[in-house]
Write a protein that binds this ligand. Sequence first.
Ligand code: NAD
Length: 286
Amino acid sequence: KGKRAFIAGVADDNGYGWAIAKSLAAAGAEILVGTWVPALNIFESSLRRGKFDESRVLPDGSLMEITKVYPLDAVFDNLDDVPEDIKANKRYAGSSKWTVQEVAESVKEDFGSIDILVHSLANGPEVTKPLLETSRKGYLAAISASSYSYVSLLKHFLPILNPGGSSISLTYIASERIIPGYGGGMSSAKAALESDTRVLAFEAGRKRKIRVNTISAGPLRSRAAKAIGFIDMMIDYSSANAPLQKELSAEEVGNTAAFLASPLASAITGTVLYVDNGLNAMGVGV
Ligand code: NAD
C-alpha cells in the first residue's frame, strides 16, 4: 500500500520542501503539504493556474498531485497561543485551523494517518544580523519558528504517524561550524534542531517505532535562502571547495529524503545526514 506524507514548508517550487514532495511522489507516496498562511493564497492560485506544471513533472512523465494543501503557521501550537493582532490580520482571518494542533486534527479527520512527516521550514527575523547584534526577541523567534516548530509538529502528528514511519527535517552546517552571515540566532536554532533530532529519535522510536533524522543540506537558491543575502557566495564557495565540484540540486536532497523515508533506511535514526557534495568534510578551502 502506498505511503502518505505530510510536508510542512512548501510555498513555491524552488525550495527543498517541493523537491522532497516530488521525490516522495515519484516513489509512490500521496502528498499533503502545509503552507505558511501568508503565502497560502499565492501558492494555491499559482498551483491552480498551472504556474508550477513544468516543475510538477515526475520522472515517468506524469504530474505530481498534491492531494491537499493545509494552511499552517508552525509558531502557534493552538488557538490559545495566537495573539489578537494575528487573529485580526486579513490573511490569517481568511483561513482557519492553521495552528499545529488543528492541522494535525484536520489531517487525522481527512486521512486517518500518515507515514512520513517532513519539516522543511525556518524563519529568523534577524537572520542578517550577527549574533552579537541579535535581540532576545529575534533569537527566540528564530528558535520558535525553526526548532520548536519541529518538536511541536512531531508531538502533534506522532499519534497519527504509523509505526515504522519516518520523520525528517532540514538543517544547515552553520549549527556546528562558523558561517558568518547566518545570523539572528539561526545557527543556534539549527544546533537545537540537530540535538532535538537525537532526543526525539529516542522518544518517538520507543513510543511509536518512528525514525527521526535530519538532512544537513548544502546551499540552494530558495526563497528563504535569497532572503539571507549570501546564497550566491555560498554556492560559489561550495563549487570551488567541495570534493564534488557541481551545483547541488534540490532533487538530490529530495531523493535522500525518499531514501530516509523508505525501508532501505530502516535502521537509520537520530542522524544528521550531509547532502552537500561533501563540503562538510573539508578542513580548508583549496
Ligand atoms: P523555502 O523558502 O522553500 O522554505 C521555507 C518555508 O518555510 C517557506 O515555504 C515559508 O513559507 C515557510 N515558513 C516560514 N515560517 C513559517 C511558519 N511560521 N509556519 C509555517 N511555515 C513557515 O526555503 P528552503 O531553503 O528550501 O528551506 C527549507 C529548509 O531547508 C529550512 O529548514 C532551511 O533552513 C533548510 N536549509 C536550506 C538551505 C538552503 O541553502 N536553501 C541549506 C540548508 C538547510
